[in-house]
Design a protein around this ligand. Structure first.
Ligand code: ATP
Ligand code: MG
Length: 212
């Protein structure tokens, strides 16, 4: 039995073509079903539905053999116990710094002023500001980051952006791109040893299905 960890939403939807290429079809839709373990037409493959940021953890500890996780989740997790054999090039977005239109972010950075940054991505933010040598107070949030600068909680946010529509709707502008993000196929180190025969052919099919 192979267990694949996926999160609901875009990662699940955009992983479906890869599964279809391997002749695998989930028996339920996680958007409408409350089931957290979803069978497939292949009795030897099941899907566990977990929070996007929990996918690396399930795979690391062997509760899932493989998973699909965004580079953001992988970066925050650290990658221990994981192989990352393939960039699926799905769920593409970028890790950005955004702030209110009237906040002079660049001159603050230039002058080395201390910045208050609200984010869900503590490691990404800490590492980025350390790299550019800017002192920041990081404020950990779990969602609705866009509200933080508007409500006066922070000067700026570090968050994922794809179209920028949410930023725009909240009068925020993107002032820096920290990284380009896409989702990767991940395999547990233990699973790669013990279930190699089952996993390698799947990786091969997924690899052929990647759109550049
Ligand atoms: P939740 O929305 O339930 O708080 P989440 O934000 O972790 O959880 P999603 O918004 O579904 O879950 O994001 C899942 C993954 O999809 C992220 O880890 C990231 O890699 C990617 N992603 C996030 N936002 C976008 C976006 N705007 N466009 C494309 N991909 C994105
Ligand atoms: Mg989200």
């Amino acid at each position: 039995m192979i267990t694949l960890a996926l999160s609901k939403g875009r990662i699940f939807t955009e992983t479906l073509p890869f599964l279809a290429a391997a002749g695998i079809y989930p028996l339920e839709d996680p958007e409408t079903s409350r089931k957290l373990i979803i069978g497939t037409n292949n009795p030897d493959l099941r899907i566990v539905v977990v929070r996007a940021s929990d996918v690396p953890t399930y795979v690391q500890y062997g509760a899932a053999d493989m998973g699909v996780a965004g580079k953001d989740s992988l970066y925050e997790h650290g990658g221990s116990g994981l192989y990352i054999p393939l960039d699926l090039n799905i769920a593409k977005c970028r890790m950005c710094v955004a702030c209110p239109r009237d906040f002079d972010y660049r001159s603050k950075v230039r002058r080395g002023a201390r910045l208050r940054i609200a984010t869900k991505y503590m490691k990404y933010s800490r590492d980025y500001y350390a790299r550019i040598g800017v002192h920041v107070d990081l404020i950990k949030l779990y969602g609705s980051m866009e509200l933080a600068p508007i409500a006066g909680l922070s000067d700026a946010i570090v968050d994922l952006v794809s179209t920028g529509a949410t930023l725009k709707a909240n009068d925020l502008v993107e002032v820096e791109t920290i990284d380009h993000v896409s989702s990767r196929l991940i395999v547990g180190q233990t699973a790669m040893k013990l279930k190699r025969q089952e996993i390698l052919p799947l990786i091969e099919i997924f690899e052929k299905t990647v759109k550049k």
